[in-house]
Design a protein around this ligand. Structure first.
Ligand SMILES: [Zn+2]
Ligand SMILES: [Zn+2]
Ligand SMILES: [Zn+2]
Length: 148
């Protein structure tokens, strides 16, 4: 779970100028920790037993979360505002306990909000716009048909 969070955070860091620096500490411990593989080294096994690995990972998650949410303009701009409840506090892809992505548009909403909503508002809007543009095109076609 911590590794999954870390993985999603790395997504942010890829587009952030300070990203490389932030990743350094994790890279030193092992790049694979951010790559979502199920790989475990002997050291991981040992440190999982002692709780050291969890401590390291949760420390990194906390550090990166702080950067993404509060310290960095580039990263914090990549949060989503939940369109269902319009809460102005953004949610982030790595907040896996809180956020859930719509399968259709890949936008993030509160897990609770999307559970209660019958339809994703963003998908509904996109579909409406799509239908309207289709109508527009067919209107344009019929007027040009009249002209000739
Ligand atoms: Zn950043
Ligand atoms: Zn919400
Ligand atoms: Zn959607």
């Amino acid at each position: 779970m911590l590794r999954l969070q870390l993985m999603r955070m790395v997504d942010f860091l890829d587009t952030c100028r300070q990203g490389a620096k932030l990743r350094e500490e994790i890279n030193k411990r092992g790049m694979y920790l951010m790559e979502g593989s199920e790989m475990f080294s002997m050291r991981d096994l040992r440190e999982t037993k002692s709780g050291q690995l969890q401590r390291f990972l949760s420390g990194q998650v906390r550090r990166l979360a702080e950067h993404i949410k509060f310290k960095c303009v580039t990263c914090s701009a990549r949060g989503f505002v939940c369109e269902i409840c319009s809460d102005d506090k953004p949610i982030y892809a790595f907040e896996i306990l809180k956020a859930s992505a719509c399968q259709g548009c890949k936008a993030f909403f509160h897990r609770e909000c999307i559970k209660q909503a019958t339809e994703c508002p963003r998908c509904r809007r996109l579909r409406k716009r799509h239908a309207e543009s289709k109508k527009l095109i067919s209107n344009a076609n019929s007027t040009s048909g009249q002209m000739f």
